[in-house]
Design a protein around this ligand. Structure first.
Ligand SMILES: Nc1ncnc2c1ncn2[C@@H]1O[C@H](COP(=O)(O)OP(=O)(O)OP(=O)(O)O)[C@@H](O)[C@H]1O
Length: 461
């Protein structure tokens, strides 16, 4: 490799792990990268590479796919997932496009064909380092926003204490079981645990345990070797491997077929598993968060779910609640979903939302508000009750006359919804102002005396 004379653009510098078995390439590539100001770590095989990754935390991996002892690029491909949270640039032979594409499918950030063009190498390395830093910065900012909603909108006491629990549990490695009715945000809780945990730079990998047969689920979770069943044309790493260094989210774990429950238990106890068709036990380090809307304890009593697995999963139990138990959050949730779609909600819309039952919980509410927002005509900004009932598949004004016809009941509901909104806005302003009433009044655009009256009326004193 030789450097060209073109003026070098400024490069992002960082700690780069170069994984290649050719001493000449290690020497030349290493020297070239060092000259650009990077710190270079060298590894000649998979074992050395993983050790360097674990102990020296590189910010970028340059990985040659064919390495000893097997020189089989499949082994190199399987390595990609093991550098969780770090961009991997794959080094391939000249005409190995198919391999490069597979590497990209498996999470490689980019690829370079050998012999390597030094300008391209400089550019790709700099860009990958920048990406890594931006990712880390996004995560840091997300974690820093301590009183941010963590994606979980709601001010009901149950939601507030859920957020507090997530903050406490996220930095630990304890297994978490999320219980609650369907559509109440269990997956959001799992994501929040991931985003606020130590494994946030690793992947978040959801698996729906009820959607697959026991055999397919086993192959999906633990991977399989080429030829282990009809259609297994190549080795396929399992999701426990893909999630290495991150979070494996087992959704609807109550639906997991019994034969898989035993295998999952082993993995949870020992961190070890055997791919389908494999003879060697592998290990992977992931945080496991499981969720279900079913009554797992009752399932244990009925012999439908293994008791030992249940106790393994429920390191800490977090519960999400049905909307029926936190109706005060309805206006806030609806307003936020509309806002995310660039829309507003009219007073009649807030009353409509507050008056209705939501058996499908937040998922149903979000779907209706999203659909109504999409139905807005150009120039129309606010979603109203008629649009919502249309989006919900009801005759406009038909099923909810009380919410739209201006009866006493509707006015009562409207007042209730508006009071809820006012309470939220005032308490958010007080919080943002650190309890300083003058500052909170300024933020709300009211006088200090006005604010004090509101605090009294809303019971926020
Ligand atoms: N508190 C919340 N704030 C904002 N969005 C929410 C909230 N709760 C749920 N959602 C939204 O509702 C939808 C359903 O949430 P999610 O998939 O997390 O529910 P779930 O409890 O895992 O459902 P299921 O049991 O059916 O898998 C998603 O679009 C999610 O973003």
């Amino acid at each position: 490799m030789s450097s060209t004379a073109a003026p070098a653009p400024p490069t992002e510098q960082g700690r780069v792990l170069l994984v290649d078995d050719e001493p000449a390439f290690q020497r030349l590539g290493g020297a070239f990268l060092r000259n650009l100001g990077h710190e270079v770590l060298l590894a000649g095989n998979a074992e050395e590479a993983l050790a360097a990754h674990a102990s020296q935390r590189p910010e970028l991996v340059l990985l040659d796919l064919a390495m000893p002892p097997s020189m089989d690029p499949e082994q190199g491909l399987a390595l990609i997932a093991r550098f969780a949270g770090v961009p991997v640039v794959v080094l391939t032979g000249h005409a190995e496009h198919a391999l490069a594409l597979r590497a990209a499918e498996l999470g490689a950030w980019d690829f370079l064909a050998k012999p390597i063009d030094p300008d391209l190498l400089r550019f790709v390395v700099s860009r990958a380092l920048r990406k890594h830093r931006l990712d880390a910065e996004v995560i840091r900012l997300r974690q820093q926003q301590g009183d941010e909603s963590m994606g979980l909108v709601g001010q009901a006491p149950s939601v507030q204490s859920l957020r507090a629990m997530i903050r406490r549990v996220a930095p630990t490695r304890v297994n978490v079981l999320v219980l609650g009715p369907t559509g109440t945000g269990k997956e959001l809780v799992a994501r929040a645990l991931h985003d606020h945990g130590t494994q946030a730079t690793g992947p978040f990998v959801p698996v729906h345990c009820g959607a697959l047969s026991a055999e397919l689920l086993e192959s999906e979770l633990f991977g399989h070797l080429k030829g282990s069943f009809t259609g297994a044309y190549r080795d396929q790493p399992g999701l426990v491997e893909v999630a290495r260094g991150g979070t494996l989210f087992l959704d609807e774990v109550g639906e997991m077929p019994p034969p898989m429950q035993v295998k999952l238990l082993r993995f949870l106890q020992e961190g070890q598993y055997m791919p389908v068709g494999g003879r060697v036990t592998l290990s992977s380090d992931v945080r496991v968060v499981a969720a279900t809307h079913r009554d797992l304890e009752a399932m244990v009593r009925a012999g439908e779910f293994r008791e030992d697995l249940y106790y393994r999963l429920k390191g800490v139990v977090l519960r999400t609640s049905a909307l029926a138990e936190r109706r005060q959050d309805l206006p806030l949730l609806a307003a936020r979903f509309a806002q995310w779609r660039g829309a507003g909600l009219s007073a009649s819309a807030l009353a409509w939302v507050s008056a209705r039952e939501w058996p499908g919980n937040v998922r149903e509410l979000k779907a209706v508000v999203d659909a109504a927002s999409a139905l807005l005509l150009p120039g129309q900004r606010d979603v109203d009750a008629d649009l919502l009932s249309l989006a919900a598949g009801e005759a406009p004004g038909g099923s909810m006359p009380s919410a739209t016809a201006g009866t006493e009941e509707a006015e009562g509901l409207l007042d209730q919804a508006l009071t809820e909104l006012e309470r939220r806005l005032v308490s958010e302003a007080m919080q943002a102002a650190g309890g300083n009433q003058s500052e909170a009044a300024r933020r709300l655009g009211v006088s200090r005396v006005g604010l004090i009256k509101k605090l009294g009326r809303l019971g926020l004193k």
